[in-house]
Design a protein around this ligand. Structure first.
Ligand code: IMP
Ligand code: MG
Length: 177
């Protein structure tokens, strides 16, 4: 665990996360009532959000996971994103909601939407906990969004810094090294 001093400020507190996730789940439950819903979490960052969101959804729901190779911090084009772990459930004819921790440049979600549409779901939409619109390079339609965050690197609640800090129960940003 890095030193506590690395955490500069809490960006979204535990309480705000809890409250907002309840609101999102209520809306999702209403919108998908009577429909076959599959939540697909993007590994690994979405697991904490997905686990909390799932427990607040009060309609029948299935879950699955997908993982892509990250293209890192370089300016590499999204053409190089690859699926490392594909979904196991069939989604043909089902309503899919992709659950992501954060939409940054947008490449990852743009690629996933394109790849999963090939499997012929009845609908496919995106639910992102965080949106960092300042750095968007490709448009991503967000059906459900938790919070907008400024253009600073954030960690916690599933989001990592070199695989660490995912276990923080809130969203924080880091002080410069
Ligand atoms: P995009 O393709 O640029 O939208 O990248 C999305 C992915 O980059 C997310 O799924 C995160 O894993 C990662 N990412 C982007 N911004 C942050 C951040 O501020 N903290 C931690 N991970 C981030
Ligand atoms: Mg991610």
């Amino acid at each position: 665990m890095p030193k506590k001093t690395q955490i500069a400020e809490v960006v979204v507190s535990r309480n705000r996360l809890k409250k907002r996730i309840k609101e999102l789940a209520r809306k999702i439950s209403r919108d998908y009532k009577g429909k076959e819903l599959v939540l697909i979490g993007i590994l690994k960052g979405s697991v904490v959000f997905l686990a909390d969101l799932l427990r607040e959804i009060n309609i029948p729901v299935e879950i699955d996971f997908i993982q892509v190779s990250s293209y890192g911090a370089s300016k590499t084009s999204f053409g190089v994103i690859k699926i490392k772990k594909d979904i196991d459930l069939p989604i043909v004819g089902k309503h899919v909601l992709l659950v992501e921790d954060i939409i940054d440049h947008g490449y990852t979600m743009h690629y996933l939407l394109k790849s999963l549409k090939v499997k012929k779901p009845k609908s496919i939409r995106v639910c992102a906990l965080l949106d960092k619109p300042a750095r968007r390079e490709v448009p991503v339609p967000l059906a459900y969004k938790g919070f907008e965050v400024p253009d600073k690197f954030v960690v916690g609640y599933g989001l990592d810094l070199a695989e660490k800090l995912r276990n923080l129960p809130y969203i924080a940003n880091l002080s410069p090294a």
